[in-house]
Design a protein around this ligand. Structure first.
Ligand SMILES: [Zn+2]
Length: 503
């Protein structure tokens, strides 16, 4: 056996061994090769040295059950997969895709005189990798209510819902008065951002806004592409909410307002849902449809507002017995004041549900209106004792017969104001009595009546209660009179009396 023939045999043995290695990849190949060589017979040491010098360690790359190729450096494949994963993660579009995990398998191998092209295998692997759609679930109170493209989208959707009910206050606005009134719920502002739009472009929510529900964004998972919801549509769906079916049976003592209060719905909703109700008439046993639309997410927000308010002038009533009951008189007109009040408002879905006054500062105090209110009650019944109806009186003609005629009373002059001789009710106050001119008769309701004639002016009306000493008219010269004076008569139980007996 020469060196040449031995070399051929060795080559043949190695070929055979290599084929076997390919068939039985993963075995301890070096030992297998040695065994084969030994079986071929002789020259063991030399063969071993030659094989070791030309044996190459490499890695088989498998996808699924398919052997894609062999590489010298598996990192080339791993890097190529990582690049592809990154491309997918950064891809636009409505749905994100991810490479299926664990689909590439490696097997270590060794072979004699192996030719490898890592790049070609990497390219082939790239073409054969399987992908799946991913998304994130929006979890509300432990229940998945939506699937969106990614976490950023989910965060943006949540921010949009908060901003819908509790928009961030304008940053530069320092005018407290302008800030005071905020619309209850603004319309959703432009939601036409693209999936790649930065969160900063979306309307911002008030920092205090929180959800009543427990809201979580799940880690991305494999999903069915058809589940992925467009963020704009999702915001609308969450705000529109779901229908909560409810029927209420009217019980004794119910009223529309009471039911609205008790069931926490608006009266409008009751009327809207139950158009059969007329004039608020409901009876026991009636079924009211109280079905409402409730948003899937409820937003609470807090806000502090400061506003200037008017302090209304109060009315201060001071009672006085210097004025008759029923008579009042403003002695000092009031004026409104001004104060700056700060409130803390708690809103639910944009509507104020609680209001707390945090501070108040009076700028201008209000000045109360002071009103005097009379308390004095004048009895319509006289005391039975008369006062002179004229101050500083001087009798010009007494009661009695004169020239064949009876002078029925006293004539007097003095202060021009004529006063009631006692409390009583005005029975007559006109010029209807012949000869008396403008005259007043007061019924003192105790049997007495007094008469005042020839007045220039009457200050009272029939039926009016007058008080002893009250000015009832002005002395005059009307009727059968010669010169200004008061003609005064006294009657008791319808009979004319001499005033001298009573004054
Ligand atoms: Zn007279």
């Amino acid at each position: 056996m020469n060196n040449g023939s031995r070399s051929k045999r060795i080559a043949g043995a190695v070929k055979g061994a290599a084929a076997w290695i390919r068939r039985r990849a993963g075995r301890k190949t070096a030992i297998a090769v040695c065994a084969a060589v030994v079986a071929a017979g002789g020259g063991t040491v030399l063969v071993k040295q030659h094989i070791e010098a030309h044996t190459l360690s490499y890695t088989e790359v498998w996808i699924g059950g398919e052997h894609i190729g062999d590489v010298g450096d598996r990192n080339v494949i791993e890097r190529s997969i990582a690049v592809k994963a990154k491309e997918l993660a950064q891809a636009g579009g409505d749905i994100l895709y991810e490479i299926d995990h664990g689909q590439v398998a490696y097997k270590e191998a060794e072979a004699y005189g192996k030719q490898l092209d890592d790049a070609a295998v990497a390219a082939e692997v790239g073409g054969k990798l399987k992908t799946h759609p991913t998304g994130v679930k929006l979890i509300v109170d432990g229940k998945s209510i939506a699937v969106v493209r990614d976490k950023a989208t989910a965060e943006r959707v949540l921010e949009q819902i908060k901003a819908h009910y509790a928009p961030a206050p304008p940053a530069a606005d320092t005018n407290a008065a302008n800030n005071a009134k905020k619309p209850a719920a603004k319309e959703v502002r432009s939601l036409s951002f693209s999936a790649q739009a930065s969160a900063a472009e979306a309307p911002a929510a008030d920092a205090s806004a929180t959800f009543e529900e427990t809201v979580a964004i799940a880690e991305p998972t494999e999903i069915d592409a058809s589940q992925v919801e467009d963020d704009e549509a999702l915001v609308k769906r969450l705000i529109a909410g779901h229908t909560v079916q409810r029927v209420y049976t009217v019980k004794a003592g119910d009223c529309i307002g009471c039911i609205a209060d008790e069931q926490q719905v608006s009266e409008d909703l009751i009327y809207q849902n139950n158009p059969w109700i007329e004039n608020d008439k409901i009876k026991i046993g009636d079924q009211l449809n109280l079905t409402v639309q409730e948003p899937l997410l409820n937003v609470r927000s807090e806000e502090t507002v400061t506003q200037t308010e008017t302090i209304e002038a109060t009315l201060e009533i001071r009672k006085t017995d210097e004025l008759k009951a029923g008579i009042s008189k403003i002695v000092r007109p009031g004026s409104d004041g001004k104060r700056i009040v700060t409130y803390k408002l708690l809103r639910r879905n944009g509507l104020v549900i609680e209001e707390e006054q945090v501070s108040t500062k009076v700028v201008t105090p209000a000045l109360s209106t002071v009103m005097l209110k009379g308390t004095k009650v004048t009895p319509s019944e006289g005391s039975g004792k008369f006062i002179w109806p004229v101050s500083g009186h001087r009798i010009t003609s007494y009661y009695g017969k004169r020239w064949g005629r009876l002078h029925k009373g006293f004539d007097m002059v003095g202060s021009s104001s004529v006063k009631a001789a006692d409390n009583g009710v005005v029975e007559l106050a006109d010029d209807s009595m012949s000869g008396y001119g403008n005259a007043i008769i007061i019924n003192h309701n105790n049997g007495y009546k007094t008469l005042y004639g020839h007045l220039s002016k009457i200050n009272v009306k029939a039926g009016q209660v007058v008080e002893q000493g009250e000015a009832i008219g002005v002395m005059g010269n009307t009727g059968h009179s010669f010169g200004t004076h008061l003609h005064f008569e006294v009657y008791l139980n319808g009979k004319l009396k001499n005033p001298a007996d009573y004054l």
